[in-house]
Write a protein that binds this ligand. Structure first.
Ligand SMILES: Nc1ncnc2c1ncn2[C@@H]1O[C@H](COP(=O)(O)OP(=O)(O)OP(=O)(O)O)[C@@H](O)[C@H]1O
Ligand SMILES: [Mg+2]
Length: 274
């Protein structure tokens, strides 16, 4: 169970309504939920994720991971990131340039004192999953952006964390690889029975992957629900010509956006019937 209550982190003055950050964010998600934060650039997705990871100290609120309180402003509790059993992929990948692909992925396992033989097996298995098995010994500086992104993904998944936080983890991949990796991620999440938070500004990606979608706007959750709920909401918005909503989510033409979701109906149905 991941429980977040009244999470607030405002950069600069908390009474400044224009200041960036997140306000009053709440989640209540059973273990094994795949959830996405969807919203335009600057709406607070990374901020929310950094608060969960312990990389940002919230101003207010409470966070429990698997029944374990990791942040509680009221009690002055703030568990450091390395003691939260989380895996994270940063929007900027943050892989180590002076290490090989293998060493990068092995790093968190080494830090936990995992036996060498287990490390070798886990790393190979994970590299296989992300399609980088042949590049294990390559220096991380000699990789393309998309390959670096997959190293970051492998590093996050190798330690089988209970909570996985992914910040736009597929943004640098081409369309084909992106769709393949989506399926791999979803599959892995099911196998690990991990709770997974996937941040994206891609509407179709959010709807096709998630059990639960949270729409963010200007630091707040403005809507949440299953992909079906969200789809219906967007459908209603389009039918009633609710411009504000669709414009906010960068859908210049709501009908086109709806058509796009409908086109991916097969996959969408598959998600619904799961
Ligand atoms: N360290 C910081 N100091 C001051 N303001 C910040 C800081 N980090 C983020 N912000 C502001 O907080 C708001 C939310 O930023 P955040 O990075 O969470 O957005 P995002 O939804 O992840 O955007 P994107 O899709 O572009 O990654 C933005 O207005 C941003 O300028
Ligand atoms: Mg971001």
């Amino acid at each position: 169970m991941l429980t977040v209550h009244a999470l607030t982190k405002i950069y600069a003055n908390r009474f400044d309504t224009q200041a960036g950050g997140v306000r009053d964010v709440a989640f209540d998600l059973p273990t094994g939920t795949f959830f996405t934060l969807l919203g335009p650039s600057g709406c607070g997705k990374t901020t929310a994720l950094r608060c969960l990871a312990g990389l940002e100290e919230p101003d207010a609120g409470r966070i429990d991971i698997e029944g374990e309180p990791v942040f509680d402003a009221g009690r002055g509790l703030n568990v450091p990131p390395e003691r939260r059993d989380i895996g994270m992929v940063f929007q900027s990948y943050a892989i180590w340039p002076h290490m090989t692909v293998f060493e990068n992925v092995a790093l968190p396992l080494k830090a936990r004192g995992t036996p060498r033989a287990d490390i070798a097996q886990r790393v190979s298995q994970t590299l296989e999953t992300v399609g980088l098995a042949a590049m294990a010994q390559r220096s991380a500086t000699k990789l393309s952006g998309g390959q670096q992104q997959r190293v970051a993904l492998a590093r996050c998944l190798a330690s089988h964390p209970k909570l996985i936080l992914l910040d736009e983890p597929l943004s640098n991949l081409d369309a084909k690889l992106r769709i393949e990796m989506r399926a791999e991620i979803k599959d892995l999440q099911r196998k690990l029975d991990a709770t997974m938070l996937f941040v994206t500004h891609d509407q179709e990606e959010a709807l096709s992957l998630a059990d639960e979608v949270f729409l963010f706007d200007r630091g707040r959750v403005v809507q949440s629900g299953s992909p079906r709920d969200l789809y219906e909401m967007l459908d209603v918005a389009a039918r009633h010509n609710v411009k504000a909503l669709t414009e906010r989510f960068k859908m210049a033409d709501a009908n086109e956006a709806i058509a796009r979701v409908k086109k991916s109906k097969v996959r969408y149905r598959a998600v619904l019937t799961n």
